[in-house]
Design a protein around this ligand. Structure first.
Ligand code: GLA
Length: 382
């Protein structure tokens, strides 16, 4: 993104000497709704990011401006000072989470902007939390590590936004590495960089450009289903703390003790954790046909069992299948946003053209198309 306008706006509002920071959105190849269950994910940071210019202002207040919304907000950093603007809550929340960890954060001026499409499942909010977290950490020499910044972003979602999300998005945004996916164990935060260069294939995102309402409450109810099943299993198997620790046999044992809905959701998650491990094996062998097959299985599960897809996403997934795309699925939390597609290079143009035309004909909306470029995580820009 060209950051000239952002820097100019900062100078106009707050004067010179601001410092520019950025943190990206993410894709996830496979492993969806597994993070808050302690399972694995396979995300990568992308070339679309949130940016902030920031400078201490010598007061105890924050003066913030959101360039893309042309909106300002001013607030203090005590718990009762929570701003009313949605976007400002992210800045406030990150600072509050740091203060709760015993740090002192003085007042600062900040202007934010970005090119991560909102509501597209590319984690614009995690990108904002990570950019602000990285900036505050650097400006005020707070000494947080990158994984700690990721958990600060996650707590911000929990405590100031109301989404009980897992760690995937913030971790990818803070820890991303150019050209690599991150195979992350969400229970221990152990991770491994997996170089991703699928020769002969491309990853393409198709954005349905719809976001269905109540996505965050529907997300939280999925998480609650998983927790109820864990509780039931733990009565006999106290070592089971998360669905990650459970196996299909344990789930069968509690089938009559949990609702059919909770059972089906847990069944998806346990299957998805295994699917990610199988996909990693296939990736090691360069077997992209199997990777693609697993992606379709994930879509099927997210749609039919976990029920986080929607008509628009299912339509694009069906089209991908029809047009011979290697792998395709809904990406991220669901209820709208993008499908991620693994496409043979020589089929990309035909797929994008045909799927876009068909989608527009069906829904009257032109889907947006993005090539995936895997980039570095949070950083300062000199
Ligand atoms: C959202 C959440 C993540 C993760 C995904 C689904 O992006 O923020 O923590 O749960 O949904 O995999």
């Amino acid at each position: 993104m060209d950051t000239t306008q952002l820097k100019d706006k900062f100078i106009e509002l707050f004067g010179p000497d601001g410092t520019l920071y950025t943190s990206p959105g993410r894709i996830n190849l496979i492993g969806e709704h597994t993070d808050y269950n302690g399972g694995f994910v396979l995300p990568g940071a992308i070339d679309k990011a949130m940016y902030c210019v920031i400078k201490p202002n010598g007061t105890d207040r924050v003066k913030a401006f959101a360039l893309d919304l042309n909106e300002s907000s001013e607030f203090g950093l005590k718990e009762e000072d929570k701003p009313k603007e949605g976007w400002a809550k992210y800045i406030f929340g990150v600072a509050r989470e740091m203060i709760k960890k015993g740090k002192e954060i003085p007042g600062f001026d900040i202007v934010i902007s970005g090119d991560v499409p909102l509501g597209a499942g590319m984690s614009s909010s995690a990108a904002l939390e990570s950019a602000v977290g990285f900036a505050l950490n650097d400006q005020f020499k707070l000494g947080f590590t990158r994984p700690e910044l990721a958990t600060i972003g996650q707590s911000t979602e929990h405590n100031y936004v109301g989404v009980k999300c897992g760690i995937m998005d913030q971790f990818a945004s803070c820890m991303g590495k150019e050209g690599s996916l991150i195979r992350l164990d969400c229970r221990s935060l152990e991770h491994e960089y997996v170089p991703f260069d699928p020769k002969g294939y491309k990853l393409v995102l198709l954005n349905t450009c719809v976001t269905h309402e109540l996505a965050s409450s529907a997300y939280n109810t999925r998480r609650e289903s998983c927790e109820r099943v864990v509780e039931a299993i733990a009565q006999k198997h106290p070592e089971v703390k998360l669905l990650r620790d459970a196996n299909p046999e344990m789930l069968e044992e509690v089938k009559d003790k949990v609702s059919a809905e909770d059972y089906t959701r847990a069944d998806f998650v346990i299957g998805e954790i295994q699917r990610l491990l199988d996909t990693c094996e296939a990736l090691k062998k360069g077997d992209y046909e199997t990777v693609g097959k697993k992606m379709y299985e994930t879509h099927e599960g997210l749609s039919k069992k976990y029920e986080v897809s929607c008509r628009e996403l299912d339509f694009l997934n069906d089209k991908a299948k029809e047009l011979g795309v290697t792998g395709s699925r809904v990406m991220g939390g669901g209820f709208g946003g993008c499908t991620i597609n693994l496409v043979k290079e020589d089929k990309v143009d035909e797929f994008v053209k045909n799927a876009s035309e068909a989608y527009e004909k069906e829904f009257g909306i032109q889907p947006k198309v993005y090539d995936v470029v895997i980039k570095d995580g949070a950083r300062k820009i000199d």
